[in-house]
Design a protein around this ligand. Structure first.
Ligand code: PA5
Length: 338
């Protein structure tokens, strides 16, 4: 099976952090009469981006539930930023640098006087931010945005370290071990993919694995061109679960869990309830010890599963024509003024 960029993930992670400037905290800009001082204290981090770039925010949000980050992480997948923020740091992530939603939200952040840092391979985001003196971390390229995940995530982690949100230095290599471990489980991933053929996967995760669940759903959509839903519990246990009594629906339940998830026992009960209605949930146990290791194991292992599914379905995994068509049409119709 062609693993596309997955075997390069360890080196993508390592290379990407070399480009994070040392002096981020000493930057001081004046944009349209507003002084933006990167040395000031922050009280939240907004991570803005879409799809394969935006999922970095979800993964960091998961990690912060285990790491006890100093400030809240706000994941924004929109062209507008949330209102009523006081001193946020904004990390704008767009692999291509051409996603209008992300460029627009980065511009809005600057207009509000917030410090912004871009992570991208180039494109209009890089040009627009660099022209204003805003720091941009240029990251190595992959075959498509989602295949560059470590190259987008690792610089964001270093930024968190520089802004004293959390100390990540001791975790970075464990994340790479998680990737390497998952690369040893390709046969298991193929087996999981086989079980998903002719079904609509329902991906069950707890709040602390939301990022892994969303990433798996997105990879099923984009790599295998496959519909899937993700249900995050406890909330999903108060609505989605009611649909398990419908027998004919072709759903395949996949429950993802980590070894020390604080909601682990809750998920076990959920699995028992789903099973009691005749479904046979597949349980995916994340391997590893450290939080980043577990998340990277999950993103890699489940990503490879979606490549295996694409192969079983005879689907080309890299291209995502409907997304391209949407971006072109948004552009053509000038939906965004960026
Ligand atoms: O993985 C993909 O190809 C998509 O989900 C893209 O990430 C999404 O369309 C946003 O594009 P970009 O990551 O270039 O900002």
């Amino acid at each position: 099976m062609n693993l596309i960029d997955y075997p390069r993930w360890p080196s993508l992670a390592r290379e990407s952090i070399l480009n994070v400037p040392m002096d981020l905290r000493s930057i001081r800009l004046s944009i349209d009469g507003k002084v933006i001082d990167y040395s000031g204290d922050i009280d939240s981090v907004i991570i803005t981006g879409m799809g394969g770039s935006g999922v970095v925010g979800d993964i960091i949000n998961d990690l912060c539930l285990f790491w006890d980050c100093r400030v809240p992480i706000i994941v924004s997948k929109n062209m507008r930023l949330p209102r009523r923020l006081s001193r946020p740091l904004v990390i704008a992530i767009s692999y291509s640098g051409n996603t209008a939603e992300t460029i627009m939200s980065a511009n809005e952040a600057l207009a509000r006087g917030y410090p912004v840092i871009g992570i991208t391979t180039g494109g209009r985001l890089s040009t627009a931010l660099s022209a204003k003196g805003v720091p941009v971390i240029l990251t190595p390229k992959a075959s498509a945005p989602r295949y560059g995940l470590p190259a987008l995530l690792y610089p964001a982690l270093i930024i968190l370290e520089r802004f004293s949100v959390v100390s990540v230095t001791n975790e970075l290599e464990s994340g790479i071990s998680g990737i390497e471990n998952a690369l040893k489980h390709v046969d298991d991933a193929v087996n999981l993919a086989r079980q998903l053929v002719n079904s609509v996967p329902v991906v069950w995760v707890t709040e602390s694995r939301r990022g892994v669940g969303i990433r798996f759903k997105n990879d099923l959509n984009e790599n295998a061109k496959y519909y899937s839903v993700v249900s995050v519990v406890p909330e999903g246990a108060h609505n989605d679960i009611a649909a398990v009594i419908t027998k004919q629906n072709g759903l395949k339940h996949v429950a993802i869990m980590g070894p020390n998830d604080y909601e682990g026992r809750y998920e076990e009960v959920l699995i028992d309830v789903i099973s009691s209605f005749g479904a046979k949930p597949i349980i995916v146990k994340l391997e590893g010890k450290m939080p980043l290791e577990l998340e990277m194991y999950g993103a890699t292992y489940l990503g490879i599963t979606t490549l295996a599914l694409a192969e079983l379905l005879g689907v080309e995994p890299v291209s995502t024509e409907p997304i391209d068509r949407l971006k072109n049409l948004l552009n053509e119709r000038k939906v965004f003024q960026v």
